[in-house]
Design a protein around this ligand. Structure first.
Ligand SMILES: Nc1ncnc2c1ncn2[C@@H]1O[C@H](COP(=O)(O)OP(=O)(O)OP(=O)(O)O)[C@@H](O)[C@H]1O
Ligand SMILES: [Mg+2]
Length: 349
């Protein structure tokens, strides 16, 4: 079964063709980073206008790189939330227009669920991902730091979330404090590689809860930068970046393993843009007593292959949507633990 995936929830216009939920036939991502970096963050109005300009060429390229025509496609999977309303609308309306013209079925996909399904994409394509339920999923991205218990396809319980800044947001804000540019995660990682993590920064453990909090760490970094005049010395900037990265990774790794033990999962799945961070993946893979999977970096950040992989399981389970599919910018994933399974279309954030 071949699925066309479409992703426009934030500042990447992306389309991909994926066969059987794991085999990437094409994966096109048009990033707007160069446009937004001059503003130090994403400007929603600019993002949606850029999606309008790029979406059709990106889909055409995904189809031609996969060497397929519409007759070869079995369904369209499109992100309908969470994300920026104007950006989501471009993807969803394009998907509906194609569905109407081609009579292909359509499935609305939760962007967070799609991040998790990046773990099902395999290289080489003939291999199937060896994933065993229940899994503990850590989604760490620009807008989310969620710990999700996944009992099977489409069955998600939310164990924890961030109470303030998401991990990626904290990286982006820390990079701004250190004058390292946008996006912050890759910039901090690059500069941190020449520093040592010896500066004292706090960790919010939030004992007894699976939630995260990173805003105190960010504020502590700001105070440290002022007090120690960090910006006057490039080697201190590198040490501050390394110390900040270490502090975030400490908390993410420890709390993920703690939750995995408590819920006796068989596997840990990491996903989201921050999962592209080498220190995080190395420390999690080394420290975890459970098998852990992390997608390659280019499948951690936003892409449409993960949307198509997720769509495959929606189509397999008959979870289809009609032309009434609409965007849900505040969509969340998984009902709170103990309240039963959530529909992937629940909006409970
Ligand atoms: N190597 C890295 N180390 C740390 N953070 C990183 C790295 N690469 C990317 N990031 C961070 O990942 C985030 C982008 O991830 P992603 O594209 O999944 O987020 P998003 O789609 O904007 O948010 P969401 O998925 O919550 O809607 C940014 O905050 C970026 O700084
Ligand atoms: Mg994302």
């Amino acid at each position: 079964m071949r699925i066309l995936g479409i992703e426009t929830s934030c500042d990447e216009t992306a389309a991909a063709v994926v066969a059987d939920g794991n085999n990437i036939m094409s994966n096109i991502v048009a990033s707007q980073i160069d446009i937004h970096s001059r503003y130090g963050g994403i400007v929603p109005e600019v993002a949606s206008r850029q999606h309008v300009l790029t979406i059709v060429p990106v889909i055409s390229k995904a189809m031609s790189e996969a060497s397929v025509t519409w007759q070869d496609i079995d369904g369209i999977a499109v992100t309908f939330g969470p994300g920026l309303a104007g950006s989501l609308l471009v993807g969803v309306n394009t998907a509906k227009a194609i569905a109407l013209a081609t009579q292909l079925p359509i499935a609305g996909i939760n962007h967070l669920e799609a991040h998790i399904y990046a773990n099902w994409l395999t290289v080489p394509p003939k291999e199937k991902a060896d994933i065993r339920f229940p899994c503990l999923c850590l989604i760490v991205s620009g807008g989310h730091s969620d710990l999700i218990l996944m009992r099977g396809h489409g069955q998600f319980e939310k164990l924890g979330r961030t109470r303030d800044d998401a991990a990626g947001e904290a990286f982006d804000k820390a990079a701004r404090i250190l004058n390292l540019g946008y996006p912050g995660g890759p910039a901090i990682e690059r500069v941190a590689s020449s520093g040592t993590p010896h500066l004292a920064l706090p960790r919010a453990w939030l004992k007894g809860s699976h939630d995260f909090s990173f805003s105190g760490l960010k504020t502590a970094l700001w105070h440290l930068v002022q007090k120690e005049k960090i910006l006057t010395n490039p080697s201190l900037v590198a040490d501050a970046a390394a110390s900040f990265q270490y502090a975030i990774v400490d908390v993410l790794v420890a709390k993920t393993i703690e939750a995995a033990r408590e819920f006796r999962v068989r596997q840990i799945l990491l996903s989201g843009g921050v999962a592209a961070n080498k220190l995080l993946t190395e420390r999690l893979l080394n420290a975890s007593p459970f098998p852990a999977r992390v997608p390659p970096p280019h499948l951690c950040t936003d892409n449409a292959a993960m949307v198509a992989a997720c769509g495959y399981y929606h189509f397999q389970n008959g979870q289809l949507d009609g032309y009434e599919l609409d965007v849900v910018p505040s969509l969340s994933l998984g009902s709170p633990q103990g309240t039963g399974n959530s529909s992937p279309h629940d909006s409970n954030s």
